[in-house]
Design a protein around this ligand. Structure first.
Ligand code: TYD
Ligand code: MG
Length: 458
């Protein structure tokens, strides 16, 4: 328990909800305010100082305006040097915006920000505040990255008041706080990383960013459950929330916008981690599809979607005679239950039986496909392997398969089609409802609405 006596009063233990930040005097299994279960944790009450009143009260005479009175500000955006990062930010970094970057430890958050800041420091005054690593560690990394960082200014400090005092003096245009869980304020007397600390520090930093027009990147840790550690209120306080994710075994990293006041959400940027830092992958479709010289049985190319961006991936299946009493169903990068369901649909509606076969399905390149648009590709790959028949390697498929054996439309059919055409595919098998009204030049469109029609495609 980290209840230390706050200034000018008795230590008061309260309970804060990690979901909505609501506070209560008693612990409860369910938050009375937002209804979240198991979210109340022990905390220390904020002393009622005028500083804290700042966030609840408004100074000056309030005034009501009509929309017409309000001068619309032009958002000033700066390119970060990574076009993939600019894309998720909605077209560059907005001055005065606060961006929270979350991700597992070791995924590359510090690397990404250090590379970005090195590029930015050539054009703008910047400040990189590190609370986790020593200055030596940061400079070692800079050497390894080979980025020009002579002008990047570093600060190893964790007290938010001292950070802000220096920031006021130095007037940087971009600040990185790596990470928000390590900074603390003397206003709140709990340990760094506690809900009230994180919230109060973030509030002070956000206020500074808004008042001075400084762009602020906050690095946030991710808990085991996958949510940003610290209160969810942090997500409400910032303009943009980005998640940096990737498969531990793969060198590809995806940065995803889950909230963005200055752009679209679910936008993704793709990077590859190399021995010299992160490199952007501007044409991800090219890396995930290995075009075979000759078509091979069991390989099907599909168009999936990552955010608003269509992505070509290869689905491979291997169907081999099983000698076990329980044939194996293994799906890598796909949902295993979905695979079992698709095989059942195949048996029931097309009479293709695989109960005496082991079925392995894999998405090439360590990509995870969670959307149902992969159904058709999985089905065709399994069929192709079972019958040892190939699908020509200039064919692309996408579509959802229903339990009644119907082929259902998926979102973003038009973009998927465009991506396939752009990469030179000549034949697209797709749900009838997704078929374009007009013919597309140089591409054969194969609309399907029933499973039986799919079987004819092989
Ligand atoms: P880091 O940016 O420190 O992660 P985070 O700040 O998200 O915790 O990334 C560290 C990982 O990246 C580490 O496992 C080593 C790897 N890495 C490279 O592969 N190449 C590089 O050039 C660098 C700097 C790191
Ligand atoms: Mg780090």
């Amino acid at each position: 328990m980290n209840t230390v006596k706050p200034r000018g009063g008795r230590a008061k233990t309260i309970y804060s909800c990690t979901e909505c930040g609501a506070q209560s005097n008693k612990w409860a299994g369910q938050c009375g305010s937002c209804g979240a279960w198991n979210a109340m944790i022990e905390d220390v009450a904020l002393p009622r100082s005028p500083r804290n009143a700042r966030f609840t009260g408004y100074a000056g005479e309030p005034q009501i305006h009509t929309m017409a009175d309000i001068e619309s500000l032009v958002e000033v955006r700066t390119a970060t040097g990574f076009s993939e990062l600019d894309r998720v930010l909605g077209g560059g970094m907005v001055h005065g915006s606060v961006i929270l970057i979350g991700g597992d430890p070791g995924i590359g958050k510090s690397t990404l920000l250090q590379q970005t800041m090195a590029a930015l420091s050539e054009r703008l005054p910047t400040l990189y505040v590190t609370g986790e690593e020593s200055l030596q560690q940061v400079s070692l990394r800079a050497q390894r990255l080979g980025v020009p960082s002579a002008r990047l200014r570093l600060l190893s400090e964790t007290q938010v008041e001292r950070i802000l005092a220096l920031a006021i003096q130095e007037q940087p245009k971009v600040i990185v706080i790596d990470s928000i869980q390590t900074v603390y304020t003397s206003e709140v007397q709990s340990t760094p990383g506690a809900v009230s600390q994180v919230r109060e520090c973030a509030a002070q930093l956000v206020q500074f960013a808004k008042q001075t027009g400084t762009a602020l990147f906050l690095v946030g840790h991710v808990t085991k459950e996958g949510a940003l550690a610290g209160p969810r209120v942090l997500e409400h306080m910032v303009d943009t929330v980005l998640y940096f994710e990737g498969d531990g075994s793969s060198r590809y990293r995806v940065i995803r916008a889950v909230k963005n006041r200055f752009g679209a959400v679910n936008e993704v940027g793709v990077f590859a981690m190399t021995d010299r830092g992160l490199r952007e992958v501007s044409n991800p479709s090219a890396i995930f599809v290995s075009r075979h010289e000759q078509p091979v049985p069991g390989s099907v190319i599909m168009v999936t979607r990552e955010g608003s961006r269509p992505l070509l991936v290869e689905v491979q299946a291997l169907v081999a005679e099983s000698h076990a009493s329980n044939p194996r169903r293994v799906a890598v990068g796909l949902d295993q239950n979905r695979l079992a369901m698709l095989l059942a649909v195949l048996q029931r509606h097309a009479g293709v039986v695989m109960y005496d076969q082991d079925v392995f399905v894999n998405v090439v390149g360590g990509v995870r496909v969670t959307e149902t648009a992969a159904d058709l590709a999985v089905l065709l790959a399994a069929l192709s392997s079972l019958r040892d028949r190939t699908i020509s390697n200039d064919t692309v498929v996408f579509g959802e398969v229903g339990l009644a054996g119907e082929i259902r439309p998926v979102q973003g059919g038009e973009e998927r089609l465009r991506e396939a055409v752009q990469h030179g595919f000549k034949r697209v098998i797709l749900p009838k409802a997704n078929a374009p009204r007009r013919a597309v030049e140089g591409v054969e469109i194969v609309p399907v609405s029933r499973l039986a029609e799919v079987l004819d495609c092989l």
